[in-house]
Design a protein around this ligand. Structure first.
Ligand code: SAH
Length: 426
């Protein structure tokens, strides 16, 4: 989501006539987009922000924009006081404060006024940074902003606000502009992406939206994330199974394999329901890959409750499990009402146990790809190899003299490991 938000700022700046600079010291405008999902992310954001102070001191004309979840959706006075060298504060997904600041600043220059008008006209057209045109294979489009679910541990609803689906026309327009700039794969984003449209009367469903996006020439692959077990429905599963451009990969976090912990998290489903859903997904979409998120060390999580999570993952054998150690977030229900009583050491022990289990599972799953032929969409060159993905979102590296960027090619898999595979062009 943050990558997508940053791309929107970048697009707004391109419209205003700015160009991307890889060197911070040479930039006229510096945007720091931030995440606070866990304490570690927040600390990193503060670290980066502090490191920008000498840049501003040496070049007072530089514009510093602090964006994202560190700022949140409320007027953030303490932050403004603490970081007076920040020129613009903006909420997640919202480039407009920066755009308005830059337009104001340059109002006296006729040329800039002209670009401001251009921006107003072209708003909604997603411009990639100029060097990325024809090079950037993957694009991200947020379709639902914010979240109204309020899992007890999660800060997102507070920092990103209530759920707001975007109009389908806007999404389609962005997809068309990405396709015209060479993007081949689009991932639709939302905290509960399957709820797309449900907050607005008359909006299409996510499945309908995927159907419309499927018709765009140039877009070869579509993905969406993140799903929530309560909102994944048969219409969507049918759409993944039937539409050739919608890839067989589902990101559906369960967070815990213990019913009491799930209840304390207010996730809204039981372990049994999650198990059944995984079976339903696998039955409807043969060869599907399934990813999940797990939090270890939620307040009060006992050894036995953790073991239930371990056992469930051992049984379900999911393709990817994003692991997190519980991090208490100020203002969330679990921070206010529960004690963060699992020690840091114990959280690490549980984290490593799942990491080890998952590595074993994924090795086995990947080994089934050996000597098969898969269609790979190539994204970029990393060192001397082309990096691409299978429809199931697995990383594959291939050596070739050809420039493979943006191409979909059949690849014979000749080596598999837990994190990637190697193959040869057929
Ligand atoms: N809306 C999505 C993604 C939320 S953020 C969802 O609900 O699945 C991505 C992941 O960060 C979550 O799935 C969760 O596993 C993790 N996470 C969120 N809050 C956390 C916290 N306070 N401590 C540790 N991990 C957290």
């Amino acid at each position: 989501m943050n990558v997508a938000d940053s791309e929107r700022v970048s697009s707004a700046l391109e419209h205003l006539g700015y160009a991307f600079s890889p060197v911070i010291e040479e930039a006229d405008v510096i945007v720091l987009n931030t995440c606070v999902i866990r304490q570690s992310a927040e600390e990193k954001a503060y670290g980066r922000l502090t490191s920008l102070w000498p840049v501003k001191r040496d070049r007072p004309e530089v514009v510093i924009n602090l964006m994202g979840c560190l700022v949140g959706i409320k007027d953030n006075q303490p932050l403004r006081k603490r970081f007076p060298y920040v020129d613009v504060f903006s909420a997640p997904s919202d480039p407009s404060p920066l755009v308005e600041f830059l337009i104001q600043r340059h109002a006296h220059e006729t040329e800039k006024a002209e670009t401001a008008r251009r921006y107003a006209v072209m708003d909604g057209d997603l411009l990639l940074p100029h060097p990325n045109i024809g090079q950037q294979v993957i694009g991200w489009i947020p379709v639902v902003y914010g979240c109204s679910h309020a899992c007890t541990y999660c800060i997102i609803p507070y920092q990103r606000g209530i759920e707001r689906s975007r109009p389908a026309e806007e999404i389609l327009k962005e997809a068309h502009s990405l396709a015209a700039q060479g993007v081949k794969e689009i991932t639709l984003l939302g905290q509960i992406v399957d709820r797309y449209g449900l907050d607005q009367p008359g909006y299409p469903s996510l499945a309908d939206l995927l159907k419309q996006l499927s018709e765009i020439e140039g877009i070869e692959r579509l993905r969406f994330l993140t799903s929530h077990p309560n909102w994944m429905n048969d219409e969507l599963l049918n759409c993944v199974a039937e539409l050739p451009k919608v890839m067989p990969h589902i990101e559906i976090p369960n967070q815990s394999g213990d019913d009491q912990v799930l209840e304390a998290m207010k996730r809204g489903y039981t372990t049994e329901q999650y198990r059944e859903l995984v079976q339903r997904i696998r039955a409807r979409i043969p060869g599907v890959s399934i990813a999940s998120d797990i939090i270890v060390g939620f307040p009060g999580e006992t050894e036995t409750q953790f073991q239930n999570t371990y056992n469930l993952l051992e049984e379900l054998k999911l393709d990817i499990v994003h692991l997190a150690r519980y991090s208490s977030r100020t203002g969330t229900v679990s921070e206010r009402l529960l004690v963060d009583d699992v020690s840091d050491d114990e959280k690490w022990v549980r984290f490593r146990a799942l990491e080890k289990l998952q590595e074993k599972i994924i090795r086995e799953i990947h080994a089934t790809y050996l000597n098969t032929t898969v269609l790979i969409l190539f994204e970029e060159k990393v060192k001397n190899r082309w990096k691409g993905r299978t429809p199931t979102n697995k990383l594959v590296f291939v050596e070739s003299e050809e420039n493979l960027i943006g191409q979909i090619r059949p690849v014979r898999i000749r080596w598999t490991g837990p994190w990637s595979m190697l193959g040869n062009l057929e």
